[in-house]
Design a protein around this ligand. Sequence first.
Ligand code: FAD
Length: 456
Amino acid sequence: MSNKHYPHIILGAGVTGLSLAHHLNKKGLSFKVIEKAKRHGGVVHTKSEKGFVYESGPNSGIVSHPEVVALFDELGDAIKVEKGNDLVKVRYVLKNGEWHALPSSMKLAVTTPLFTFKDKLRVLGEPFRKKGNNPDESLADLVKRRLGNSFLDYAIDPFILGIYAGDPAMLIPRHALPKLYNLEQNYGSFIKGAIKKRKEPKTELEQRTDRAVFSFEGGLSQLTDALLKSAGKDNFTFGAEELSVSYNDGLYTVSYTLDGEKQVVTCDKLITTFGSTGFKEALPFISEEEMTHLTNLKYARVVEVALGFNKWNGRALDGFGGLIPHKEKRDLLGVLFMSSLFKERAPEGGALLSVFMGGIRNEALCDLDDEQLMKVLESELKDIMKMDAFNPSMVDIMRYSHAIPQYAINSGDRFDAIERVQKKYNGLFIAGNLRDGIGMADRIKQATLLADKLVE
Ligand SMILES: Cc1cc2nc3c(=O)[nH]c(=O)nc-3n(C[C@H](O)[C@H](O)[C@H](O)COP(=O)(O)OP(=O)(O)OC[C@H]3O[C@@H](n4cnc5c(N)ncnc54)[C@H](O)[C@@H]3O)c2cc1C
């Protein structure tokens, strides 16, 4: 049994915990990361099989915050950032069984069949429309008000399926899409705001925050491997089971079992980086009432299927992939054309697809067994990808019971509870995807800002 004391203990070694550990190490702060699983990376996990290199969990990230650019700079030669090629700009949306590219120019915006003529005209009036004043308006209502129904159904809805596997009627923009919400609130209009923001002076890091789609040569695990190395592997403990923390007068005692042996360590500052489902077991000292606010967070269930084809026989994979609006009533959320975007993901002449099913509005699909899922996949993909035959050479079905947190109407309650709990328990910091965004870039930003706070 060990009885060591650390200034900081980080619980969880996903992107959040790893990024935080990297920054603390760089700042010369002493810490220990304790991870439940036997591996680092959390939901980020690049796998390879039969000549295909595929992801379980996220497939790519977006350079959406300067903190991401800074982290990549810091990791230097340890990572080989691979930005998606030009095809990332081509994003298809399914309408009436046919793929249509989301318009990327004025001409295409006028001719696209995705939106109605009435809504296309309506968009011209968007800069002059009154600003909303309900902070809890749903994303669906915001988009209907400013842009019209067809933009909600064939632009925002598939976009939200792609990011949140969610429902625009449930998500609250100021929590779920704060950048979009602030365009309206700060500039009075999405269009005016986007134009004005482009003209605002930017730091060098902000200029390099180009919203590019990123992965790494050989996959996303290259990032988590590099972070582990730079944070110092010896600062990590993996495979910590039955972990539970107690609090007494500014001191945290973390107990867990490692290879059947009980371990006890203490710290002054405890940082959690896991999602809301881990709280009850790990932090039993938090009152039931506060725990209810902290854990009242719905996660979308998702099934992700990596499909490798030695010889591709379907439609051209000439884009980022395709998203399928809820209105189309299909059994898939979307398909990513991974081998078209990044190098060496499939053998020559072959293809790698990443297919998503389930989500907030179609969770029942996640209950299907593998055989049933494959039948659904076969019938859907043959139809929408125009495949002559469905004969994948590699299949990996990955299920996530708590994939993506939905920042819904109760988010404010949760954020308030986090502040109260952190105030009550000196030295407790609640990070992770309960707040501050759901993508990898958001996790990196949160960890960077938290590291600065911990130094203070
Ligand atoms: C299917 C799927 C697709 C996604 N697609 C994208 C995408 O395309 N682009 C994008 O940017 N993001 C995407 N995301 C989101 C992105 O993957 C996450 O934002 C990010 O990886 C989360 O990192 P994290 O460290 O916060 O959490 P996690 O990766 O969940 O890590 C938390 C860690 O904490 C550990 N843990 C749990 N409980 C305890 C405990 N009690 N004690 C110690 N350790 C504990 C877990 O084992 C885990 O390793 C996707 C997520 C999923 C699930």
